[in-house]
Design a protein around this ligand. Structure first.
Ligand SMILES: [Zn+2]
Length: 91
């Protein structure tokens, strides 16, 4: 995350953060529907963006959803398991 912001110039990083903040405001978690305090919620990509240099994908607000940190953690674990399965899956 910090690496991503460091790769942007200051103004772009600021705009991006402001946009994310506005998007997140008063939205419940897209997965579990809970509305938690803002430090427990985040803006996440619906379709994971693999490359941090892919700014178009990162900025694509139609690929954004609000997720709570619990759901984000679960999703990350699921995605890792999927990757592992795909890597092993050979028949
Ligand atoms: Zn959630």
């Amino acid at each position: 995350m910090s690496l991503f912001y460091e790769s942007l110039d200051k103004q772009t990083a600021f705009n991006f953060k402001a946009r994310k903040k506005a998007f997140k405001k008063n939205k419940p978690c897209a997965t579990c529907g809970r509305k938690l305090s803002s430090d427990k919620m985040m803006v996440a990509h619906i379709n994971p963006v693999k490359k941090l240099s892919d700014f178009d994908a990162l900025y694509d607000i139609s690929n954004w959803e609000v997720r709570c940190l619990d759901c984000e953690r679960k999703k990350n674990i699921e995605e890792k398991n999927m990757e592992r399965k795909n890597a092993v899956g050979s028949d």
